[in-house]
Write a protein that binds this ligand. Structure first.
Ligand SMILES: NC(=O)c1ccc[n+]([C@@H]2O[C@H](COP(=O)([O-])OP(=O)(O)OC[C@H]3O[C@@H](n4cnc5c(N)ncnc54)[C@H](OP(=O)(O)O)[C@@H]3O)[C@@H](O)[C@H]2O)c1
Length: 429
């Protein structure tokens, strides 16, 4: 039997504890599967409080960078978080010291993935980040390896469990966003500062990584168009239901004739689509390939145990000596592919207006749509209350985003329209 693989873990928070537990509880199973033991030699975290894990068999460092410099480790596992600062320094110094790096840090990979992959290749070590996208779902490995023979036209998914949970509870229990968010925070499903989740940034980090693996392009987080779910109202969820749709926060990366679209925003998806039935904290990733056709994977996208499962899968690859490029091709061969501006996106749209029902108002709305080449598909008006605003919902046939935006701008300026229009894109899955 070969020498055990020596692992150092930086950051003993939710995921760090999960990884230490898994490596300890499954030690025998891992040894059989890897043909060698996997042994934790050190952990680093400035807070040495008891976390319910036995810590006698390894060294504890307060300073993660000191651990990288001093501990005799083959692999450094970065579980601190954040795109800059200590997490980035730690990965850079581990690579420079010839140690393999495993991380769950999507922000870091979304911002610096290409550079880190380049450095890791130059140093002859692995950079592995399965847990950074969709937690327990092995989506990176499946796109990069099991499905590597396919060209992809589109990859999309529910990439943030907190948002999916909030949207699910809003719909099922008829509650508003702020109310469900507050409850999710109490239950520990949402962070005290929910910005990264509900404003779509976390999904965008993951989407930028997925796009790189699917299309062999450099990770380009700034290219992602990002909208979160704060403006999704119960009223829109109800109207979506009437029209046969569910509202989901999706990350979508698609190849078009002009380049790659990368976008995160609330979407209306037909309730019969497989992704529409992915509810609660679950994540799902769907990919449309030229040979395999459409493939969907669903599972837990976060949490101590599912995420530890993905982190340790990367450690197992290293223990087995299984090495592939971090992003499907070597870092120097990752292309720079043009981003399609959101203004050029083509699709169908839902929009809701709050309108005071006065003679001529519908003619004005129809005129604005006609002037910008937007063709209506359906109109729903609920209730009539002369003098009071009532919701008017419309869906369109496929149209260009810039035309839709110009029409809504004109409609918003009408006297009878009393609130900014709410617009949600309809995705044809
Ligand atoms: N939680 C999930 O479900 C999940 C899922 C997928 C990926 N991830 C990713 O996994 C990573 C870790 O997430 P987490 O949820 O485990 O976060 P966490 O619970 O906040 O754990 C991070 C740990 O790192 C420690 N830390 C802070 N600065 C440090 C330093 N300089 N040196 C060593 N340790 C330091 C923190 O200590 P203090 O608490 O004292 O600051 C904390 O114990 C992040 O990149 C996250 O995006 C998390």
């Amino acid at each position: 039997m070969s020498e055990p693989l020596k692992v150092a873990v930086a950051g003993v928070g939710t995921i760090g504890v999960g990884v230490v537990r898994l490596l300890q509880e499954q030690a025998d199973l891992l040894e059989r599967r890897c043909g060698r033991g996997v042994r934790i030699v050190a952990v680093a975290d400035p807070d040495r409080r008891d976390r319910g894990i036995p810590v006698d068999s390894f060294e504890w460092y307060d300073d993660a960078l000191a651990m990288v410099a001093e501990a005799d480790a083959d692999v450094v596992v970065e579980l601190i978080g954040g795109s800059e600062g200590v997490a980035k320094q730690l990965c850079e110094s581990a690579i420079a010291a010839g140690r393999h790096v495993v991380t769950a840090n999507k922000a870091l990979i979304a911002h610096h993935g290409t550079d880190l992959a380049r450095a890791a290749e130059a140093a002859g070590v692995a950079l592995a980040y399965e847990a950074a996208v969709a937690g327990g779902i092995p989506v990176i490995k499946s796109l990069r390896e099991g499905l590597a023979a396919n060209a992809w036209t589109r990859v999309y998914g529910i990439l943030n469990g907190t948002c999916n949970y909030i949207l699910t509870v809003m719909r099922e229990r008829g509650r508003e966003f702020a109310d469900v968010l507050a409850e999710a925070q109490e239950l520990g499903y949402a962070e005290a500062d929910p910005t990264f989740d509900v404003d779509g940034i976390d999904s965008a980090h993951k989407l930028a990584i997925l796009a790189s693996v699917a299309f062999g392009c450099q990770v380009d987080f700034p290219a992602v168009h990002i909208e979160g779910i704060r403006h999704v109202s119960l009223m829109d969820i109800r109207f979506a239901d009437k029209l046969g749709y569910r509202i989901k926060l999706l990350g979508i990366a698609a190849r078009t004739g002009q380049g790659i679209e990368q976008r995160v925003h609330p979407c209306m998806v037909h309730h019969g689509a497989a992704i529409a039935s992915v509810e609660g904290v679950f994540n799902a990733v769907v990919a449309d390939g030229d040979f395999v056709d459409t493939i969907m994977q669903e599972g837990r996208g976060a949490g101590e145990r599912p995420t530890a499962s993905a982190v340790v899968a990367d450690i197992i690859d290293i223990a087995r000596g299984h090495r592939v490029p971090a992003f499907i091709v070597p870092a120097d061969r990752l292309e720079r592919i043009d981003t399609v501006p959101m203004a050029d996106h083509r699709g169908a749209y839902y929009f809701r207006l709050m309108v005071v029902d006065r003679p001529g108002v519908f003619a004005d709305i129809a005129g604005a749509l006609r002037d910008h080449d937007v063709s209506m598909e359906q109109v729903l008006q609920q209730g009539r209350d002369p003098g009071e605003p009532v919701p008017v919902v419309m869906t369109t046939h496929e149209t260009r985003e810039s035309d839709m935006a110009a029409a809504l701008h004109e409609i918003e300026a009408l006297d009878a329209v009393v609130e900014a229009p709410r617009m949600i894109r309809i995705e044809p899955f």
